[in-house]
Design a protein around this ligand. Structure first.
Ligand code: G3H
Length: 260
């Protein structure tokens, strides 16, 4: 099964007009993407997304980092998937269920909220990077698979089987995010393979074979190649290193090389 690599750049709550301009210039200076091998989607903070859309080469797609559970209306401060579809057509993406949104005490998104957002976003034509992953204490208690399955099961409960083709899963162990402690290629492979087995059992073989499962957590130019060559690692969701143009381009190149 050949799955095209996907590299996501999650800029999180970072940036300014000046830094976004600089980062877009650095990315534009890279080689043209080999679109048979890799896709790239950048997720700036919401206020900068259309600015980035105007600056970035068209082979870089754009995403929002979150959206609301439903449509437009009296939901102060929220962004509806309808708006993402409108602004980022023809390739609107959104990141949902990021661990920072699941675990920060000010946000505390439940599995059910993430599932509701995912269902609505997919219905509006968005492609969703659905983040899952365990806390350090959950990994130490050998509960990684249980946690991933619980988070996925909440989505399966509301999503029709054919809608899964609009989903990319990002496995991001929380202990590896922004800590410099990257999962080993073996740890990533083992977990991704287990997620794919769950998909085979619960959603279907074809969906599972086609599903891209990204790894996220302290990915850098220097460690991307050894992770990308694992059979069930289909790309990355990159945080800190996506804010540095040359580093992000190295990660993209690692995926293109792994696809060769
Ligand atoms: O969404 C990206 C992840 O949270 C990874 O962040 P990081 O690359 O800074 O560890």
């Amino acid at each position: 099964m050949t799955r095209k690599y996907l590299v996501g750049g999650n800029w999180k709550c970072n940036g300014s007009l000046a830094s976004v301009k600089q980062l877009c210039s650095a990315l534009n200076a890279g080689d043209k993407l080999d679109d048979a091998k890799v896709e790239v989607v950048c997720a700036p903070p919401a206020p900068y997304v259309l600015y980035a859309r105007n600056l970035l080469r068209p082979d870089f797609m754009l995403a929002l980092q979150n959206c609301w559970v439903g449509g437009c209306g009296a939901y102060t401060g929220e962004v509806a998937a309808d708006m993402v579809a409108d602004c980022l057509a023809p390739t609107p993406w959104v990141i949902l269920g990021h661990s920072e949104r699941r675990h920060l005490p000010e946000l505390r998104e439940s599995d059910e909220t993430v599932a509701k957002k995912t269902k609505y976003a997919v219905e509006k034509g968005l492609q969703v990077i659905l983040c899952i992953g365990e806390l350090l204490e959950e990994r130490e208690a050998n509960r990684t698979q249980e946690v991933n399955e619980r988070q996925l099961e909440a989505v399966r409960a509301v999503l029709s089987p054919d809608a899964w083709d609009r989903i990319v899963i990002a496995y991001e162990p929380v202990w590896a995010i922004g800590t410099g402690k990257v999962a080993t290629p073996e740890q990533a492979q083992e977990t991704h393979a287990a997620v794919r087995q769950w998909l085979i059992a619960k959603v279907g073989r074809q969906t599972a074979d086609n599903m891209r499962i990204l790894y996220g957590g302290s990915v850098k130019g220097s460690n991307a190649a050894e992770l990308a060559c694992k059979p069930d690692v289909d790309g990355f969701l990159v945080g800190g290193a996506s804010l540095k143009g040359d580093e992000f381009l190295q990660i993209i190149a690692a995926c293109q090389n792994a696809a060769s």
